[in-house]
Design a protein around this ligand. Sequence first.
Ligand code: DHB
Length: 310
Amino acid sequence: MVSTKTSIGAFDFDNCLMNAAGVYCMTRKELEAIESSAAGSFVTKTGTLEARAGNPEPRYSNTDWGSINSMGLPNKGVDYYLDFVTELQEEGGHKNHFLSLVGMSPEETHTILKKVEASNYNGLVELNLSCPNVPGKPQIAYDFETTDAILSEVFSYYTKPLGIKLPPYFDIVHFDQAAAIFNKYPLAFVNSVNSIGNGLVIDDETVVIKPKNGFGGIGGDFIKPTALANVHAFYQRLNPSIKIIGTGGVKSGRDAFEHILCGASMVQIGTALHKEGPAIFERITKELQNIMAEKGYDSIEDFRGKLHYL
Ligand code: DHB
């Protein structure tokens, strides 16, 4: 029997597929739809200390090949999501989850993480170091010095399982430098990649989203090669205790298979989930199981990270 179960740290998941932060995760209703789908888990919309309205609309647009967005961190505030995942944890019998969060400044990030540390929530947290869409705020993880300083401070008080959501890197030296920093800390996982930041999509003569005169994060088909490279680069460089979540360009079982082959323990779906809805998890799980069955793999550990080279 072919199984797509997986684990991150001490947390087990019946299926390695789940949503990517930002898609189908703003409200309890959306999260409940992922919970009752074939997905193995959900991650919440990235929560900030206070609720945010985000950028002006239109701020998300689908294209033939994927999507562009500049949401600007609209969210109901971290307490909304923390309360929900804690409630599910205390009820028992649910999947394990990921609480995504970030502050609007390093100080706010520490305030939020201290709140989570003091709470009853013992599940996974995904610290988002890669939002490209808040005007005036750079993607944190492109600044290695700031990233190192934030992680150093975080692990002086935070004792629960924590991972980080990363932007795509495009240079081998950056993979080396980023991995050297991440390996200093007891991270449960890294998640590669967030959208490719600040692309531009044009329809006739006009941009398709309003914020930042049309600049926004790119998702979908074009980002898969970059995502696979980031997953595999970190798989080759990180301590084996730091698991990898692969995100980017997944719309078929074959795409998920490739992420796992590159080293991903879990695979997230964003743009394609936005287009297709939560029924996508059943479709892609079946497609992945069929590929595994054809190749004689019983579990994802049979091929995870075992990419062949020429
Ligand atoms: C948003 C986009 C991101 O890629 C991210 O990591 C966090 C927030 C947004 O625009 O809301």
